[in-house]
Design a protein around this ligand. Sequence first.
Ligand code: 5GP
Length: 181
Amino acid sequence: MKKSDSIQIHDLSFVPLISEEAIQAQVNIIGQQLTERYQGKNPLFISILSGAFVFASDLIRAFDSHCEIGFVKLSSYAGTRSSGDVQTVMGLSKDLRDRHLIVVEDIVDTGRTLHFFLEHLRSQNPASICTVTCLRKPEAAQFPVPVDFVCFDIEDKFVVGYGLDYDDLGRNLAGIWQVLE
Ligand code: 5GP
């Protein structure tokens, strides 16, 4: 990899992992599959903030039918490592009973965030729950969470871009970049 292909964020260097074009192609495929599955059901997309906001905004525009979107802010990360506990920072104001929910995650790492959040959603008696993530790190899995749609499975290395940050920087990168070790 040429040196010019890397970028510096704080103390870490990152190299390109997944291009903007490759992401958009996957988003369009999943958007189409969701459109077929939820035709006439007015699903509620739930975007987990902050990281999933870019993916969610592309995904709902690839969804070609009526839908709604809500946001929830959960946190378990500080720096490049999960801090252990998951807290709901900002909840949903909508009534979820009998709704078809599509949970949108940026990345499933240990699975702790999604595990916790799905438990919370199930207790609200929705009609159905489906999970979509842009990225997943299969080697890091610690919690058995059902993920229905995955754009990319990646190695267990820290990544930034497409909504994901490293201590607040990097969210605006169009593609996904992986830490250079
Ligand atoms: P989990 O609860 O599955 O361990 O972690 C999920 C959350 O941790 C994601 O929503 C994301 O915010 C954060 N996370 C996990 N892996 C990475 C990573 O490689 N880069 C960044 N920027 N955040 C990550």
